[in-house]
Design a protein around this ligand. Structure first.
Ligand SMILES: Nc1ncnc2c1ncn2[C@@H]1O[C@H](COP(=O)(O)OP(=O)(O)OP(=O)(O)O)[C@@H](O)[C@H]1O
Ligand SMILES: [Mg+2]
Length: 360
């Protein structure tokens, strides 16, 4: 059992590549933290620093209150599962799982007990004699996890462990990892660039962009109150609609010429009146309504009828701004329609133009 504390971690690679600009987070015992962000934002660097595979340029890493910056990876009591799970091809599943324990001179009967227990949890009992090449991708992934679990580490580190699997298997393994982490209660840091994986797995998410923290919060906090424009665009599918707007002089309307007029919840709104802002509206929060009640009209161009939802694409009337709308069920709208839309004011997201910081 362990806590992990990262304080102002900075990483500069040789050649003056600034990968991390000061990352801080306190991870609770038993928590599953997902680090999520686009390619190259520094996720693996962060994880490898916790593992001890990468030096820390400055800042502090503590595992269970112990300062580990200078500690060897082998002495940190952590287990890491990578994207290419790198099983030993000439060894059986059993041998692959037992290998790390043998190296640590653990008695044979204890090794056997741990491997068999872990194999049972992961439903690998019938595969213990097979070689990796005789396994499916998902089974190999489970062996890689088994190898980490048998070591009974204080912390699990996962670096995109599912990205080599097909979509269906990925969903299945995602559930398995969640169940396993809950059952074992081991503090876990999980890296992914997949926002759906992040939302479904994490107790909390750390959203990273270009080596900086954009937001730390539960999946719901991040979805409902994205603190930056980057987070707003990154979390949610289809992505949030982002358009320019101006706040009315008394600050209770967001306007875009004659195309848009939306009431705001005044009390929460810390923006100056008459100021230019960026407005965010999630596709699933836009509602089709009667023309008289519309805050805007969509010139419908394209439709995706998915059964459970209808995704509508079009332009905000009198503008070139493209909007996506997700209506529930099978909606009778057709291409060429003028679709009246409204959105409840609690679902409006307002951001400062320059900084991209949330204003409401
Ligand atoms: N050994 C290295 N030497 C120099 N630069 C590096 C090194 N490793 C990573 N970088 C750079 O540091 C930045 C962060 O890389 P990192 O691998 O942490 O990103 P990532 O978020 O894991 O990306 P991905 O999702 O593609 O795996 C990138 O700009 C990368 O090019
Ligand atoms: Mg990476």
């Amino acid at each position: 059992m362990a806590t992990v504390s990262i304080k102002n971690a900075i990483k500069t690679y040789p050649g003056n590549v600034q990968a991390l600009h000061g990352i801080s987070i306190d991870i609770k015992d038993g928590e599953l933290i997902v680090i999520v962000g686009p390619s190259g934002c520094g996720k693996s660097t962060m994880l490898r620093m916790v593992a001890g595979l990468e030096t820390v340029t400055s800042g502090d890493i503590h595992i269970n209150e112990e300062w580990v910056n200078k500690k060897e990876p082998a002495d940190r009591d952590i287990a890491m599962v990578f994207q290419n799970y790198a099983l030993y091809p000439h060894m059986s599943v059993y041998q692959n799982m037992a290998y790390g324990l043998k190296n640590r001179k653990i008695p044979k009967d204890q090794i056997e007990q741990r491997v068999r227990e872990t194999a049972k949890i992961l439903e690998l009992e019938n595969l213990l004699v097979r070689k990796p090449k005789e396994l499916s991708g998902g089974q190999r992934q489970r062996v890689a996890m088994g190898r980490a679990i048998v070591r009974e580490p204080k912390v699990f580190l996962f670096d995109e462990p599912l990205s080599n699997l097909d979509a269906k298997l990925r969903v299945q393994m995602r559930l398995e990892i969640k169940r396993l982490q809950e059952r074992l209660g081991v503090t876990t840091i999980y890296v992914t660039h997949d926002q759906v994986e992040a939302m479904t797995l994490g107790h909390r998410l750390l959203l990273m962009n270009e080596g900086r923290v954009e937001q730390i919060g539960t999946p719901l906090e991040v979805y409902e109150k994205p603190q930056t424009l980057f987070v707003a665009g990154f979390i949610g599918s289809p992505s949030m609609n982002i358009i320019p707007a101006v706040l009315s002089s008394n600050g209770d309307l967001a306007l875009l010429g004659d195309s848009l007029s939306l009431p705001l919840t005044h009390s929460e709104n810390s923006a100056n009146s008459d100021s230019q802002v960026t407005l965010g509206m999630r596709p699933e929060h836009l509602e089709a309504c009667e023309s008289e009640k519309a805050s805007m009209f969509l010139q419908v161009e394209m439709l995706e009828k998915l059964g459970a939802d209808t995704v509508v694409y079009g332009k905000l009337e009198q503008t070139e701004l493209v909007l996506t709308v997700r209506l529930s069920g099978i909606h009778p709208v057709v291409s060429g329609d003028r679709l009246p839309l409204t959105i409840p004011s609690e679902h409006l997201h307002i951001f400062e133009i320059d900084s991209g910081k949330r204003l409401n």
